[in-house]
Design a protein around this ligand. Structure first.
Ligand code: SF4
Length: 283
């Protein structure tokens, strides 16, 4: 059980450097899902949260009042919810900071792009379905194998539930996407695993994004405590040949299944970025 003390923060919205987002909003610092590959742990100024990733989460207690005032003076744009935490981690089921943030943003003319690993987002389907032109929802699914998922994403809901939630959201007319990342050598870099995940969400997605593992110092330490032979993984990730082979195979899967696919978010081509911008501009 994670500890979730309160903190006060200075801002609610941050400018985003991502190509399809104007702002990011992270209601919590840290993430109870505790994925061993998560590099968000590198982006917090709270060292104790990075050291106890998954078991210590700070709740931004003044988030909603800040958001009310910031949305009155900032130019409306698309807000990524969230970029360094999961907006629907377990604590959200009680505190509803994400739900209330979405309500404020939509009321003020902002658009919302959600990324999560949790079917808890279904709780807010009433808001999402009535604002379908202003929202999109992405699920991260890197494997359908529950044993691999519980090894790599120990606090996150099982992947089958995510796929089901994604299909249900799509059926309500909300634009949805799949994030297949990180791709980890020996775990989910084969085209069968990738195709299996695409087929599980079949017909339910407008876009697939693929990203490779990024090994930062904290990620290396976290992976080393979970996976044997991290050296072999690191060597493969640094190899251009491994990644270009993965991208080539994944693009074939996307073509076969008729899915729009940005298969190399790590090193996107100009055409791929245009695809992403087209998707974003449809919000
Ligand atoms: S759900 Fe996302 S933010 Fe949370 S630990 Fe996993 S990768 Fe990190």
């Amino acid at each position: 059980m994670a500890s979730c003390p309160r903190v006060r923060v200075r801002t609610a919205l941050s400018r985003s450097g991502l190509p399809d987002l104007d702002y990011s909003l992270n209601p919590y610092v840290g993430c109870q899902h505790g994925c061993v590959y998560c590099y968000a742990r590198e982006y917090t100024r709270y060292r104790e949260v990075a050291d106890r990733w998954g078991s210590l989460v700070y709740v931004k207690e003044n988030l909603l009042s800040l958001l009310e005032s910031e949305t009155k003076r900032l130019k409306p744009g698309t807000v990524g919810l969230s970029t360094v935490t999961d907006p629907y981690q377990p604590v959200e089921s009680v505190l509803k900071l994400t739900r209330r943030s979405i309500e404020i943003l939509l009321k003020r003319g902002f658009k919302v792009s959600i990324q999560t690993k949790s079917p808890l987002v279904l709780r807010d389907l009433d808001i999402l379905a009535t604002n379908k032109d202003s929202v999109d929802v992405g699920f991260t699914i890197i494997t359908l194998d529950p044993r691999v998922a519980s090894l790599l994403e120990p606090g996150a809901p099982p992947p089958a539930g995510r796929a089901e939630a994604l299909r249900r959201i799509s059926e309500r007319g909300v634009r949805t996407w799949l994030f297949y990342g990180p791709v980890i050598p020996g775990f989910n870099d084969d085209s069968e695993s990738f195709a299996g995940v695409l087929e599980a969400v079949a017909g339910g997605i407008d876009l697939v994004l693929v990203d490779k593992l990024r090994i930062t110092p904290r990620v290396r330490a976290s992976l080393s405590s979970t996976i044997e032979d991290i050296g072999r993984i690191e060597t493969a990730v640094r190899s251009g040949a491994w990644w270009s082979g993965v991208v080539e195979e994944f693009e074939k899967v996307c073509a076969r299944l008729g899915v729009r696919c940005l298969a190399s978010l790590a090193e996107p081509s100009g055409a791929a970025m245009k695809d992403l911008e087209r998707f974003a501009s449809g919000r």
